[in-house]
Structure formats: C-alpha cells, structure tokens
Design a protein around this ligand. Structure first.
Ligand SMILES: [Ca+2]
Ligand SMILES: [Ca+2]
Length: 508
C-alpha cells in the first residue's frame, strides 16, 4: 500500500500568479546630476531625499520653515548615490496602493521634493506644476504603467528653498551655480530661533545623543519636528551604528539596503519557512534608507490615526531588503514590545524601537552577541535563479525541462537541483500515520526555503477531483528540512483510496 501511494504522488506545475495591480510612482533626478550643498560641495549620505506633501492648507515658504517637519507627510524616501564618475543621482519607486493612509493624506495633493541633511541645516524644497498625487484606484493598471517625475519637470520654476538651474529660491548660499539641485542654508537668525524652540525637547531626546556620533549642538535644529506637534504618538525606529551590519556573504550592507517599519495583514505570521508569502501580506508604514557610512538607519514616524492594519496593539516588524541580480538579501525582526500605539493618546508618547533591542528574529541574525549587529540572509526569486543557472538556455520557462530528466525547471528551483544537469528529484517521503485510531496519508517535502516559491498539497480520492486548502490537509511541521503535510481524510485497507499532489507556484 505504501509503495502504491508513493508512486501516485503527482506533480502539478503552475506558473505566473496573476500580476497584482499596481499604481507606481517613480521619481528621480537624472543620472549624473550636479546635486550640491550651499557651498557647492556634493551632498554626502547624511542627506535625505523625500517625496511627500504637507498638511492640507499649509503652504510652505521661506518664513515658515520651522513648521515644515511637523506638517510633512512622507510618501517615499529615495536612495541616493554619488561618485566622482557618475556624479549624483537619486531615485525612488513606490506603489500608491502600498502607502498607508494614501487616500486621506496624499490623493490630489501637491507633491514636493524635499532634500535635507540630518541636522536640518541645509534644505532644498520644490514642486513642479505637474506633480499632483494621483487618485488611488485599486483596479488600476494591471499592465504596470509607471508615472515618472523628474527634477527636470521643475523647468523654469523657482524652488521654495534652494536653487535649481539659474533659479534661486529661499535660503543662503556661498557658491552660485547653476546646479541641477542646490540646497541652501537656514539664515543665522532662523537657526537661533529653531535652536531655542528645540531646547524644551532636549531631555526627551537624550538617549539619542548617546548613540549618534558626532554629537553637535546643531542637532537641536531637528527638534521642532516633535515640539510643534501636539497630537499623535511618535516612533523613532533605528539600527544603532555600533557594529558592522553584514549580508549573507559577510559583506557590509550597502546603500541598496532599505528598511521598512510595517506589519503583516490577515493574521499572517511570518516564519523563515513561508517567506514567499511575506510580500503579499506586508503593509509598510514607513521606509528608511540605509546609510552605509554611519552603518545605520534612523527615522521617526508620527502616528496620528489608526487606519487598518495599523490598529492599536498590532505587531510591528522591521523588514530590511536589498535587491541584487543573483539574489536578494532580507532580514526581518521585531521586539516583543513593538506593538502599534494609539494615534489619539494625550499627551503623546515617544517610542524608541532599536534593532539592538530586537528579540524576535524571523530571518537573519540580530544582536546575537557577535561582532556584527545585523546579518541578512539570501533570498532567490525564480527569475534570479533562471538568470544564473539557465543563462543562454532558451528552454528556461518554469514548465521547460532542458536537461530532459523529467523534472521541470520550476521543480528544480523548488528543490534546489540543477536545471542543466540530469538528476532525480529530492525524494518526498510518504507514509501512513495513525491519529486517534485512524490512518492518514502524510508527505514530507524537502523544498529549499529561501527560494521564493509557494509549495502546497492537494488531495483527491479519484485522481480527477483535487481539493486544496486547510480544511483538506493539516500542516504537521514546517522546518528548514521539510514541509510535512497530512491528509485530513482517513484511509487504509478497505477504505477509500487517497492521493496527494504537490503544487508549486512562483512569481516570474
Ligand atoms: Ca529538468
Ligand atoms: Ca536536473
């Protein structure tokens, strides 16, 4: 009976889960732009490039710069790159469908590009006449059309702060351009005023002074962000720059890394064995760029409401990711106390969520007493695997079998075998197990957990009608070694026959 059942394990190959609808906004400078500060020096990595908008009715100008931070809503933070050959450029991509509170906060609002350093002494703020955040349409754009905004859209417009081309906006500068983007400094009088406002908050931020080096008095310029806000909670989430942060191969994390604070929807519990399902369940609240110089990410989120899934008490996670040509790098962690606060608490609280305090690490390594703080793990998509092991091979589709060993590429991917070298599939162990006096068919599937494919089991009693889902099968265990699934319908001598098949699904 066992042998018979084993032979009847069928394989079902399904490819190309329906493309999710997306409404993507790409915003960038041109490659090779001259992006400089008020002295004409290239911007360093302490500068933040953000696309966002301000509170309804607030018009930023050069007299109210002290209120900008409190009124600002971040749509997306860009990665910035600079080297002497290519000069500088920044680029950001965000799907409006993925931004929490998009409809209430951004829809039909004027979009601004705000460039500033971490001490808030240098700013560039501008908007082009065409930059209006689109209306969110959940059914929009299955063909993946992208809206692109560029610094060149600014045309002959004058920035609110800083300069572009020959157009000089607010603020002081010592090195006239023209440059593509130039930040300007806050004039002396304004700096004094901001520092004064900031003093009241110095105590609350004291711990931050301990971990950010070097400490300068100009840091106080950032404080109005908190002081002028009277409603809502604030979460400062960061990776403390004590130690190196490494990738799976032991390299330093670089600027391609991006960290998000967010949560998983629908009761989904992420594990290292279900990583292929994370993206579909993930809702980010905020994105932070990784600074490879300070080896840190550090940003602050203001909570002013509790729109689902960001309800009070929901578990928050930090997910760090980097995309490469042959593999991605992921790390996912949280602290036990990182639960979403109420946006209506008075007086507002201030939360510090540090990677160094993370004690629930789902993928990668964090704070394990080693010489590094964080270490990510490699994650491989089908297309990355295809580009590596099937380069130049025309039969590279998921159902193709270029090595004629009877194992289609998708299953070679799932089980980690070589698609260009004939071999056999990893054996799937089937057995009959006894539960409460009944016998049930069970299978152990030794799939590769860091390959982004979803593996599931369907059952049948006639090999014609197949039934999927939790009501039909029970996941006995899901470990790095194997996914073990048991049929929910009893079988055995004299009873109905039962069959199982494996279904593998992957994104292109
Ligand atoms: Ca094959
Ligand atoms: Ca093979």
């Amino acid at each position: 009976m066992k042998t018979h059942l084993a032979k009847l394990i069928a394989l079902l190959f399904v490819f190309g889960a329906e493309a999710a609808c997306s409404q993507t906004l790409n915003w960038a400078s041109l490659s090779g732009s001259t992006i400089v500060d008020s002295k004409g020096d290239p911007l360093n990595t302490t500068f933040l490039f953000q696309l966002g908008t301000f509170d309804v009715g607030f018009m930023p100008n050069n007299t109210n710069i002290g209120q900008w931070t409190a009124k600002w809503h971040v749509f997306d933070t860009a990665a910035y790159s600079y080297n002497t050959t290519d000069l500088g450029y920044f680029t950001g991509t965000e799907d409006v469908q993925d931004v929490p509170a998009y409809a209430s906060m951004f829809e039909e609002m004027k979009a601004y590009l705000w460039v500033r350093n971490d001490t808030q002494t240098e700013h560039f703020l501008a908007s082009a006449s065409t930059w209006t955040f689109p209306i969110k349409d959940p059914g929009c754009c299955p063909n993946g059309l992208v809206t692109s905004w560029s610094v060149s859209d600014l045309g002959t417009g004058t920035p609110i702060w800083g300069s572009q081309g020959s157009h000089d906006g607010g603020g002081d500068f010592t090195s006239p351009g023209p440059y593509d983007v130039q930040t300007h400094v806050v004039p002396e009088a304004g700096s004094s005023l901001l520092a004064l406002i900031g003093c009241g908050f110095a105590l609350l931020r004291r711990r931050r002074h301990l971990r950010i080096l070097p400490v300068t008095t100009s840091f106080l310029l950032a404080a109005p962000l908190i002081v002028s806000r009277v409603e809502g909670e604030t979460i400062n989430w960061y990776g403390f720059p004590q130690k190196p942060n490494l990738t799976s191969t032991g390299m330093d994390m670089d600027v391609a890394f991006q960290f998000q604070l967010g949560m998983f929807t629908g009761g989904f519990i992420p594990t290292a064995e279900n990583i292929s399902l994370w993206t579909a369940h993930w809702v980010p609240a905020q994105t932070a760029a990784y600074n490879s110089t300070t080896r840190a990410f550090d940003t602050t989120l203001t909570i002013q409401g509790n729109t689902a899934p960001f309800i009070v008490g929901a578990k928050a996670y930090v997910w760090g990711r980097s995309t490469g040509s042959d593999k991605d790098e992921w790390i996912l962690f949280r602290g036990t106390g990182w639960t979403w606060p109420s946006g209506a608490t008075m007086p507002p609280n201030f939360h510090e969520w540090s990677a160094a305090a993370a004690n629930e690490v789902i993928l990668g390594t964090v704070n394990s007493g080693t010489a590094f703080l964080m270490k990510s793990e490699a994650v491989v998509s089908y297309s990355q695997w295809q580009n590596g092991l099937l380069a130049g091979e025309p039969l590279n589709g998921p159902n193709d079998d270029p090595d004629h060993d009877g194992v289609p590429n998708l299953l070679e991917f799932v089980f980690g075998t070589l698609p260009g070298q004939p071999g056999t599939l990893q054996p799937m162990t089937t057995s009959l197990v006894g539960v409460a006096g009944q016998q049930y068919l069970q299978v152990a599937i030794p799939r590769i957990t860091n390959h982004l494919a979803t593996v599931s089991v369907e059952v049948s009693d006639d090999l014609i009608h197949w039934q999927p889902g939790d009501s039909q099968t029970t996941e006995v265990s899901n470990t790095p070694q194997a996914l073990v699934v048991r049929d929910n319908t009893a079988t055995g001598p004299g009873m109905i026959r039962r069959f199982m098949r494996l279904k593998a699904v992957t994104e292109p």
